[in-house]
Design a protein around this ligand. Sequence first.
Ligand code: ATP
Length: 244
Amino acid sequence: MTLLQTRNLTRQFGGIRAVNDVSFALERGEIRGVIGPNGAGKTTLVGMICGRVPPSAGTVEFDGANITRLQPWDRVARGIVYTFQITSVFKRLTCRDNVALAAQRRLTRTTGHRFALPQALLDAAVDEAMAAVGLTEETERIAGELPYGHQRLLEIAMGLALKPALLILDEPTQGLAPGDIAPFCDLIRRTAATTTILFIEHNLKVVLELADRVTVMDRGAILAEGTPAEIEQHPAVQQAYLGD
Ligand code: ATP
């Protein structure tokens, strides 16, 4: 079943069509990787899906509703959660407080406890998200003191605390130590049991290993789409992206 559908989505920056007439669909429950050279339009496409970038033309439908004109936070409320390419963690707060900020926004919306959210409810939401990313032991630590790879996981915990229907990750393995990549892939696979995942990734090995389907973008358009095996074999992809 289709969860997300863009139709003829276009974004122009001056004379540049960063995204040009893109119709893109995501099925509920899939893990989709997006690859493509620098400047292909990947971040702009994702920005239009999560509401950070207004489109010049075209529409975005989510869960059957036209959300093209919704603000980012209204999209979060519908379950579209984007974690930033540049880490958005508050470095001087504890991990608990960082995740609580995200959880609080969701819980005040979903429980009706607008002014006096029970502490136990908030604590349970934080503990659940921290456990999901394997950081339970770090919960009371100052976020900025965690190793970089763990700060990236914390960022995902903040996303999970919002209970996303669609989790969007922009270059999630960038800057991770090689030893952190396998645990990250495990986390994404576990998360995919309850959440559709869309991720932009330059590490081709991670994309081919993790994604159910891969979308290749080039110069603002979709160049190819398919399973990892199909994408590896695609002649245009080999020429334009894999280089050899
Ligand atoms: P990368 O892999 O380098 O992040 P990308 O595939 O995500 O690249 P985008 O960041 O979407 O590509 O950029 C697509 C094109 O749009 C580029 O030519 C870029 O310079 C241009 N662009 C993106 N954002 C803006 C902006 N805010 N103002 C002007 N031009 C922009």
